[in-house]
Design a protein. Structure first.
Lengths: 121, 245
């Protein structure tokens, strides 16, 4: 398979995020909820324009890829997720970067798991 | 003292929802807020909680749910000197009208519950004159599905048009019923972008406009009344010529 020349490749952004929830959520459940939320908020056409894809998800943090001019839409999709398989969640976008490496190093390094039920002010 | 970061002026906690104030505050701090206002309904017992917790601003508030307009003014008067933020839960046009005509009201919330938001150009003018802020409750865009969400977005778009035209103050709120209903400021801005609000407008609705509302209920030191300032202080100057007065 030939690689596309760089000028024709889809431009992307990578969103580093954390999931704030009472119980841990599974990757498959998060993917299902992500696409159903994108479908209901933006429709099939809008969701395809966003080109959302969940790359890494481990513990409570992960990276989502989206189209470079649709970061706001993608943020809105993430904000509109309220439950994952019955567990109430907040998806909190920590930062946006042009590369996976950048997103991971800048925003995911040293992020601790946050659970509102056992934290204290 | 108002902090410079974003504020969410419409958050509920125990006893209205199952989450304690500590949980709500912990989540708000994690999401990057500088402060929140706890606006539990007036029918419930208020937690007299207002102040600073390690660099985080907690404002006391009340959400008034009145069934008729005449009662509303009485309830507003009762709470005005007790809490920082007075929100009125909108509904029918008469309630909305009474709220925007009362300068003691800070926020008009829950505009999306009916098919029609009950907000129009007449009310927008009044709200602008009395500096009553209109709240965009973005929690509705998160929790409603299908047709009702379509209606909520439509209402928000209409209200945005009126707000731009008449220069009405507005705020973006999560209208959170629990700590998991809160969203980070940038996420709220992204949701607001769905109905056409620009990034700068959204940031003003999260920072500068809430700051001005808070500054109004927490006057700076030495404030006497609107338009009145202390020119001479006898205690300071000591020897003002009595004959001149």
């Amino acid at each position: 398979m030939k690689l596309l020349p760089p000028t024709l490749r889809a431009r992307t952004r990578y969103l580093a995020f954390e999931v704030i929830s009472q119980d841990p959520v599974r990757r498959e459940d998060l993917i299902r909820e992500l696409f159903s939320s994108a479908g209901s908020l933006l429709g099939d056409v809008g969701a395809s324009e966003c080109a959302i894809r969940l790359l890494a998800f481990e513990g409570s943090t992960g990276v989502i890829r989206c189209a470079h001019d649709r970061t706001d839409r993608t943020r809105a999709v993430l904000a509109s997720i309220s439950t994952v398989k019955g567990t109430r969640v907040i998806i909190h976008v920590l930062g946006i970067s042009g590369t996976v490496r950048g997103a991971t190093i800048k925003y995911l390094a040293g992020v601790d798991v946050f659970n509102p039920k056992d934290s204290h002010i | 003292m108002v902090r410079s970061g974003p504020y969410d002026l419409n958050v509920h906690c125990i006893p209205e929802s199952g989450d304690t104030i500590e949980e709500v505050v912990a989540v708000a701090r994690r999401l990057g807020y500088s402060g929140i206002a706890i606006t539990n309904p007036d029918s419930m017992k208020q937690l007299p909680f207002s102040g600073n917790v390690e660099g985080f601003d907690i404002l006391s508030g009340v959400e008034i749910r009145a069934d008729n307009a005449s009662k509303l003014h009485g309830i507003v008067g009762k709470y005005r000197n007790k809490v920082d933020i007075i929100a009125v839960s909108g509904g029918s046009e008469s309630i909305n009208r009474a709220a925007v005509e009362n300068p003691g009201v800070d926020l008009l919330v829950n505009l999306n519950i009916a098919q029609d938001s009950g907000f129009n150009h007449v009310l927008a003018k009044e709200a602008s004159e009395n500096r009553v802020a209109i709240s965009f409750d973005l929690g509705d865009l998160i929790h409603l599905k299908g047709g009702s969400r379509v209606q909520a977005v439509t209402n928000c778009r209409k209200n945005l048009l009126l707000i731009r035209k008449y220069n009405v103050p507005y705020v973006l709120t999560s209208n959170a019923r629990s700590c998991f209903d809160m969203r980070a400021p940038r996420e709220l801005a992204a949701l607001a972008a769905l109905f056409g609000m620009s990034g700068e407008e959204a940031m003003a609705g999260l920072t500068t406009i809430p700051h001005s509302i808070i500054a109004r209920s927490r006057p700076p030191a030495g404030y006497i009344s609107e338009g009145v300032q202390l020119v001479y202080n006898e205690a300071d100057t000591g020897n003002i010529d009595e004959g001149d007065r």
